[in-house]
Design a protein around this ligand. Sequence first.
Ligand SMILES: Nc1nc2c(c(=O)[nH]1)N[C@H]1C(S)=C(S)[C@@H](COP(=O)(O)O)O[C@H]1N2
Ligand SMILES: [Mo]
Length: 207
Amino acid sequence: MEPQFGLKRPDQVKAAPAQGERVPPGQFLSKKFPVLTYGSTPKVDLKSWKIRVFGLVEQEVELNWDQFSKLEWVRMTADFHCVTQWSSLDNTWEGVTFASLVGLAKPLPQANFVMAHCFGNYTTNIPLEVALDEGLLAHRQNGEELGRDHGWPLRLIVPSRYAWKSAKWINGIELMAEDSPGFWEQRGYSNSADPWKEERFWPELRR
Ligand SMILES: Nc1nc2c(c(=O)[nH]1)N[C@H]1C(S)=C(S)[C@@H](COP(=O)(O)O)O[C@H]1N2
Ligand SMILES: [Mo]
């Protein structure tokens, strides 16, 4: 008989990574990938879809889906941590790196922060360095196109931050000199949002 529930013999669990190494403090592992959206899922049409890189750039860039899909595509595997305490490990995302799209616009030296803009008017802010280092504009997750509720056709993925920084239905990338809070950041969520430091709310404002 198989042991009930998660009980496993020690030799069966040995190969699994220690949970503490993969799951940040206060988070629980989820096998599912729940939908977390403030408001409703925007209706997006690929025929009229555009993404714009603007603000502190040498040259504003606007691409339609056809042009975007001709950029270099890459694959990245990363964990996903929602501030509501679920974490989903080892998601494979496919798309274009933030760095290759934003590179086309040539950021000016004064650009230090990014505001991601979305269909439906959600926004979130990220340091430019972080976005350039790890940001991916993803169209596919685990081998399939994103579901409509998960940001189709394009979402940002920023693995090192709580998932509200991973803007769904992204359609604009604004480069800014000064930091400025996005939707949840204006409503008391942490600006830096590092799950390993449990930066859930806004201690940085109280300091
Ligand atoms: N445009 C937009 N992006 C968003 C959100 C949102 O409400 N609107 N929610 C954020 C939050 S809080 C999380 S946890 C993730 C959830 O992504 P999922 O719905 O694909 O699981 O998307 C983030 N990106
Ligand atoms: Mo979230």
